[in-house]
Ligand binder design. Structure first.
Ligand SMILES: [Zn+2]
Length: 405
């Protein structure tokens, strides 16, 4: 960080206080009620009128139980007439590992009193504190700005659901989006990977494994043969084909409700449920990886038969989790990001990521969106901490973006 005076006046102590406050709220993904309430209260305390703060109905469309919708805040423009609205966004949920975290300041960091036991939740309460601080400073300093929509999404960590199921018409016609969810304020994420999630039901037939194994059809064996084909074909783990790259993984193997597939050694296993995923920056390649799994399971099922020649059955379903995107380096949103980062004395660093972001859905909804960091570190681990220098830098950056001409 340069030692030069910051380009934007900012009540840093209040910003850090806010961050501690949000980090203290126990509200993991799918349980956003308490953080939604805390954010709405904090926004009103800094002068945002209650009628500017609403929750949408995205949670009624999210396939997993979710207590509230996305929080949407509209700040009317105070600058030039006809200025185009801009969107600031972040997610309000944290990963389940954060449950019960106790934040405390340690030098230029916020750490967890319970380090080694839970994660902290800097992912993504740092983003929440940046947005509320932006509202606070714009109001307090009476800074001219275009119309601003702020979006705090739910269920990012469990599948980008809040961003996926929002109604773009609720966002006030924003032409560009700035998402805060990451480590360094100077990093500009301009592209992210796409992913499929897929599910397989393998149906075999139970039989006594000692008395008449030939009468059974082993669903476990179908799984093993399918995995062998996938592995031999180079479709497992890191996948590289003709210069194209992606990844795949098998997650759950068991029953659909997470129990063990098969439970007795003397019974031929009649059912196995498998959950896996495929990822790539190339949308077509994601589908090809998923297709390779489907083929392997289908081939394997045909091979495993009982004594009368009846084969196993597989049902393979896949779902697009999110589409990859890549913004052009000369896109207006990228230019705005670069200029603002330079204004706060940093050097912009354009990057892509192998994880999915809410920005994947925003781009799909027609709002080109870049993502910056705000001090998260070692996320989703019990060593998580917040780098306060990066957090302050992100607060400055938000101000620079909101007040750019
Ligand atoms: Zn995050």
């Amino acid at each position: 960080m340069p030692a030069a005076a910051p380009a934007f006046a900012l009540d840093t102590a209040a910003a850090v206080e806010r961050l501690l406050r949000f980090l203290s709220v126990n509200a993991i993904t799918g349980h956003e009620g308490p953080i939604g309430k805390e954010l709405a209260a904090a926004l009103q305390e800094v002068g945002v009128p209650a009628k500017a703060i609403t929750f949408d109905d995205a949670h009624t469309r999210i396939p997993e139980p979710t207590p509230i919708g996305n929080l949407i805040v509209k700040l009317p423009g105070t600058g030039k007439k006809g200025a185009k609205p801009i969107l600031f966004m972040t997610h309000m949920d944290t990963v389940p590992l954060c449950a019960g975290a106790k934040p405390k300041i340690a030098g230029k960091r916020i750490v967890n009193e319970l380090e080694g036991t839970t994660a902290l939740g800097g992912d993504n309460r740092t983003g929440c504190a940046v947005l509320v601080t932006l509202a606070a400073e714009l109001i307090k300093q009476n800074l001219p700005h275009p119309p601003i929509t702020m979006l705090f999404t739910v269920r990012e960590e469990s599948g980008l659901f809040g961003a996926k199921h929002l109604n773009p018409a609720d966002l006030g016609g924003s032409a560009v989006g700035f998402n805060f969810d990451g480590r360094s304020a100077a990093d500009v994420i301009v592209g992210a990977i796409g992913a499929d999630r897929w599910f397989v039901d393998i149906r075999g037939k139970a039989a006594h494994a000692g008395v008449a194994p030939e009468k059974g059809i082993s669903a476990t064996m179908v799984l093993a043969l399918a995995m062998a084909e996938v592995y031999e074909g180079g479709w497992f783990g890191k996948v590289t084909k003709d210069g194209r790259e992606g990844t795949s993984n098998v997650g759950l193997v068991g029953t659909a409700d997470g129990k063990s597939a098969g439970d007795a050694t003397n019974v031929v296993t009649d059912f196995v449920h498998v959950k896996g995923e495929s990822r790539s920056h190339d949308a077509k390649f994601v589908r090809e990886i998923t297709a390779a799994y489907k083929t392997a399971f289908t081939n394997a099922a045909a091979k495993v038969k009982d004594h009368e020649g009846r084969a196993a059955k597989v049902k393979f379903t896949s779902r697009l989790d999110y589409v990859p995107f890549r913004l052009k380096s000369d896109a207006p949103v990228v230019k705005l990001a670069e200029v603002a980062i330079q204004k706060i004395g940093r050097t912009p660093n354009l990057r892509t990521t192998n994880g999915g972001l809410d920005a994947n859905w925003m781009v799909k909804h027609g709002i080109p969106t870049v993502t910056f960091g705000a001090g998260q570190n070692e996320i989703h681990t019990v060593k998580e901490f917040v780098d306060l220098r990066e957090f302050e830098s992100a607060c400055q950056l938000a101000l620079a973006l909101a007040t750019a001409e």
